[in-house]
Design a protein around this ligand. Structure first.
Ligand code: E4P
Length: 215
C-alpha cells in the first residue's frame, strides 16, 4: 500500500516528502479553505515538489462546470488528478476526462456499488471514506474489503484510496484489506513512527555509548 498525504499545508507535505515515503497528495475544498492561499498557486508548489498524483477537487456540481474546472486544474501540471464527487454529474465528467487521458479520483464513496460505478466510468482512483462511516456506526473497513474483492474478481484497474483515515490502526487494516493507497492526515503519519520500544532502545544505545570505557 502506498502513502498519500491528505492536506493542503505545504510544510506538512514537505516534511512527509523528505521522509521518502510519499507517493501522492490529496486535497479537498475544506483542507484548502484552512490555508490562506491561492488554490492554483498551492497546486503549483505541490506538483513541483511531489512526483506522484496530486488530487485537486472541483467545486461545480454540474458536469459542464466540472469539466471546465477540471481541465483548468489538469493544465497546472501533468501529475494533477481531478477529484470529482460521486454523483451522476461527477461520473459524466469522469467519463469525459477518461477519454482525454486526464486522471480522476472519484471521492465521497460510501458503498461498493458507488465504487463499481466510478470504476466503470474510468476512474483512476476511488476514495472510500473509512472514518466518516465509522463515525456513524458503520464498518468503514468492511467497505474497503468489499471493493478490493470486487475489483479483484472483475480485474478492475481502478486503485482504491482508503480515505478519511483517523488513526494508525486504519492504516494497517486498510493495507491488509487490499487498499492500494491510504491518504492520511499529517498527524496520523507522524503517529506511525511511534513505538515505546523504539524510544527506549535509542535511549539505551545512547546511554551505553556515553558510558563506554574506551574512545
Ligand atoms: C479524501 O480524499 C478526503 O480529503 C479526506 O480523506 C476526508 O477525510 P475527513 O473525513 O477527515 O474529512
Amino acid at each position: 500500500m502506498k502513502f498519500f498525504i491528505d492536506t493542503a499545508n505545504f510544510d506538512e507535505i514537505k516534511e512527509a516528502h523528505a521522509w521518502g515515503i510519499l507517493s501522492g497528495v490529496t486535497t479537498n475544498p475544506s483542507l484548502v479553505a484552512k490555508e490562506n492561499i491561492s488554490f492554483h498557486d498551492r497546486l503549483r508548489e505541490i506538483t513541483a515538489l511531489v512526483d506522484g498524483s496530486v488530487s485537486a477537487e472541483v467545486i461545480a456540481l454540474d458536469a459542464e462546470g466540472m469539466i471546465k474546472e477540471g481541465r483548468e486544474l489538469a493544465a497546472i501540471a501533468p501529475n494533477i488528478t481531478v477529484k470529482l464527487p460521486m454523483t451522476p454529474e461527477g461520473l459524466k465528467a469522469c467519463a469525459v476526462f477518461t477519454k482525454e487521458n486526464i486522471k480522476t479520483n472519484v471521492t465521497l464513496i460510501f458503498s461498493a456499488n458507488q465504487a463499481l460505478l466510478a470504476a466503470r466510468a474510468g476512474a483512476t482512483y476511488v476514495s472510500p471514506f473509512l472514518g466518516r462511516l465509522d463515525d456513524i456506526g458503520h464498518d468503514g473497513m468492511e467497505l474497503i474489503a468489499k471493493i478490493a474483492q470486487i475489483f479483484d474478481i472483475h480485474q478492475i484497474d481502478t486503485e482504491i484510496i482508503a480515505a478519511s483515515i483517523r488513526h494508525p490502526q486504519h492504516i494497517t487494516d486498510a493495507a491488509l484489506n487490499g487498499a492500494h493507497i491510504s491518504t492520511t492526515p499529517f498527524k496520523v503519519l507522524q503517529q506511525l513512527f511511534n513505538h515505546p520500544l523504539t524510544d527506549k532502545g535509542i535511549e539505551g544505545f545512547l546511554a551505553d555509548w556515553n558510558n563506554r570505557k574506551s574512545e
